[in-house]
Design a protein around this ligand. Structure first.
Ligand code: AMP
Ligand code: MG
Length: 350
């Protein structure tokens, strides 16, 4: 009787074996893949995700990249050969309204909101001033010995043409008109984050999750990793000479981490570094901080805030962050002192 029961068990196990083996074969094992691009928004971009099939991931990341490349072309202030871009709008300042893609209008509307939230510190209409700094910075990088600061009179004259209310948007006609012929738009402070957020939205809509997008200093997590764990995002040490390349690592899911840094773009005049973030009041590069990271759900808001926080002292910055729901920040001062909100601290991996 016992022998009969054992052999029955044996038979059952043998019968189930192919099924077990088969199911072992079809349980999808997802591998992490990473696509890197060097031609988006003049920075290094990465799309990290998981798939059972490398080809499927490459196709997916290629689609995301193509979408981001369209945003890049639309928000370009230097080229408009491929598409009507922000440059076309700038070139038609004081001349005529330009029919634009809805994605340009959406960026401008959000930029206005960011202008209001930051009380004008992040101002996409600051182009006339930023253009002067850009010209002097490029010349100074090309010929460091003769690097110069722009004359204050030129900056002050340009500052007469930075009124965000002179951007006339007609949503129905889908046109943008810059009413002041001497004004221009520079969307460098917000475009990457806004585009990353739109890309994240379309990834979410496609049903895919477990993706990390990174466009330069703009990181956006879509969901968590397939094993349910959060993403690790290292915060760059703004002191590039330090052996320690990152300050700490954050653990994030469904959030954005956007970093602005004075080390990202600068030039040197008489031994002093002048960075690319310009305080709209002093018209000079900011000096309060060397790095600021903002964490919040919306990557566009995080981008706009990281630039604005560079232009205001710590306590004012803390007050601004505290006034906003779900926003955390970390500030690095020129001497290396690190300040952060409690919520930011809570995201740091032990
Ligand atoms: P971000 O790296 O996001 O802080 O953006 C920096 C870029 O934004 C600069 O390279 C300029 O193109 C632009 N920018 C600099 N200062 C300002 C400002 N106060 N408001 C709006 N845009 C700015
Ligand atoms: Mg920004």
């Amino acid at each position: 009787m016992l022998r009969k029961r054992v052999s029955l068990w044996l038979l059952l196990c043998l019968a189930l074996l192919p099924l077990l083996l088969l199911s072992g074969c079809v349980v999808p094992v997802e591998t992490q893949y990473k696509s890197t691009y060097l031609d988006l928004f003049d920075t290094v971009s990465q799309i990290v995700g998981y798939d059972t099939d490398q080809e499927a991931f490459v196709e997916f990341s290629g689609q995301v990249k193509a979408g981001l490349a369209e945003y890049h072309a639309l928000y370009d202030i230097y080229h408009d050969e491929a598409v009507v871009s922000i440059k076309t709008v700038n070139d038609n300042a004081g001349i005529q309204p330009v029919v634009v893609d809805r994605r340009i209008i959406d960026l401008l509307l959000e930029s206005r909101e960011i202008y209001d939230i930051t009380e004008g510190k992040t101002n996409i209409a600051l182009g006339a001033v930023l253009e002067i700094w850009h010209t002097y910075r490029e010349a100074g990088l090309e010929d460091p010995e003769n690097a110069e600061l722009p004359p204050m009179e030129a900056l002050e004259e340009a500052a007469n043409h930075v009124d965000i209310d002179d951007i006339i948007i007609d949503e129905e006609a889908s046109t943008v008109y810059l009413r002041d012929p001497l004004m221009s738009l520079d969307v460098g402070a917000v475009a990457k984050g806004f585009a990353a957020e739109r890309a994240a939205e379309s990834i979410e809509a496609s049903g895919r999750t477990g993706v990390l997008l990174s466009i330069g200093g703009n990181v956006r997590a879509i969901g968590v990793k397939p094993d349910g764990s959060a993403w690790n995002v290292a915060i760059q040490n703004p002191d590039l000479e330090s052996d320690q390349t990152s300050l700490f690592t954050l653990s994030i899911d469904n959030l954005s981490v956007v970093t602005s840094g004075s080390y990202q773009r600068y030039y040197t005049v008489d031994g002093v570094k002048y960075n690319h973030i310009i305080d709209p009041e002093t018209l000079m590069p900011t000096t309060y901080f060397i790095g600021i990271s903002v964490v919040t759900a919306d990557s566009g808001l995080a981008d706009g805030l990281s630039t604005a926080l560079f232009c205001i002292p710590l306590e004012e910055g803390r007050a601004l962050v505290a006034s906003l729901d779900g926003v955390e920040a970390c500030w690095v001062e020129p001497d290396g002192t690190i300040e952060m909100t409690d919520g930011f601290q809570a995201l740091i991996q032990p």
